[in-house]
Write a protein that binds this ligand. Structure first.
Ligand code: ADP
Ligand code: AMP
Length: 213
């Protein structure tokens, strides 16, 4: 099963993608996580990606597409995957489609997690991410057991630099300009599924499992 998660930054794509990956035993692939891991390791890719991410801009398609295609070519992707944060532009969606078509393959579901802009800034300023394992929490809605500490690995939780309100507004604008058109793209492909992302995390997930079976 190959799934694309759509939605604004902070809509809950990562939260749901991790749960999908666990239930259906497929890898969760987040281009944002791949970039952040490279930034942490200080690789040339990380350095380049950081200059865009810090401003809330998209990393250029050439760079992002290569990373994603290399990742989905790995062995663990044979039975499918859930993509979180990719594609983010129409050219990225076309490259993915063409790469899959060459293997007589396709994306099965594009799930749009719908959350209005008014909720997004609050979601993002309350998001806390683990510096080590990438787990995400929310100070009000999904709090860790111990404040500031990851339940899963015990590392420190931080507010991402790009989750500061001024950067979030920029990311939202870019989302509407460049990423939202993917809703029509996947609707035209006949695989778009919409879920309300404003309800409780476990209720969003229940609605997704009804779609995926
Ligand atoms: P995305 O991957 O779309 O950027 P995340 O999954 O990281 O978004 O979620 C953004 C923030 O909102 C996180 O702090 C997360 O814990 C919180 N969150 C996710 N889903 C919900 C929900 N249904 N209700 C309330 N908060 C949520
Ligand atoms: P995310 O973790 O999905 O919120 O992504 C964080 C940041 O990484 C984004 O704001 C972009 O700067 C960059 N990024 C992640 N995925 C992509 C993508 N598919 N295309 C371009 N930039 C991306």
């Amino acid at each position: 099963m190959k799934i694309v998660m759509l939605g604004a930054p902070g809509a809950g794509k990562g939260t749901q993608a991790k749960m999908i990956a666990e239930k259906y035993t497929i890898p969760h692939i987040s281009t944002g996580d791949i970039f952040r891991a490279n930034i942490k390791e200080g690789t040339p890719l990380g350095l380049e990606a950081k200059s865009y991410m810090d401003q809330g801009k998209l990393v250029p398609d050439e760079l992002t597409v290569k990373i994603l295609l290399d990742r989905v070519a790995k062995d663990d992707c044979r039975n499918g995957y859930v993509l979180d944060g990719f594609p983010r532009t129409i050219p990225q969606a076309n490259v993915l489609k063409e790469a899959l078509e060459k293997q007589n393959d396709k994306i099965d579901y594009a799930i749009n997690v719908d959350v209005p802009d008014e909720n997004i800034v609050r979601r993002m300023s309350g998001r806390r991410a683990c510096v080590t394992c990438g787990a995400t929490y929310h100070i009000e809605h999904v709090p860790p057991k111990k404040e500031g500490i990851c339940d899963k690995c015990g590392s420190e939780l931080i507010l991402r630099d790009d989750d500061k309100p001024e950067t979030v507004l920029n990311r939202l604008k870019i989302y509407h300009d460049q990423t939202q058109p993917l809703i029509d793209f996947y609707s035209n492909e006949g695989i778009l599924k919409e879920v309300d992302g404003t309800i409780d995390v476990k209720d969003v997930f229940e609605n997704i499992t009804k779609i995926l079976g």
